[in-house]
Ligand binder design. Sequence first.
Ligand SMILES: [Zn+2]
Length: 80
Amino acid sequence: MVDEEIYWQDVLDDIRSGRTSALKCPFCQLQTLAVSKRERVTQVACQNKACRHYIEVGFGEQSDEDMLYDAKPIQVGGKP
Ligand SMILES: [Zn+2]
């Protein structure tokens, strides 16, 4: 596990429990996170230009109801 993933755990927990708005970025502490889904990948990206941290997680292959349990971070990034 990458260190950065640890920072995202609280956010991922929120998303798992169905919360996808007003999420606070664990890096800049602003509520600037945007959640977007494509296929089975959910991307959470900070919209703060000075921060730009993001994480992409795969929520598994179950149906939409169950997919929120098994989040596997597949990529993290941030300001270079
Ligand atoms: Zn941020």
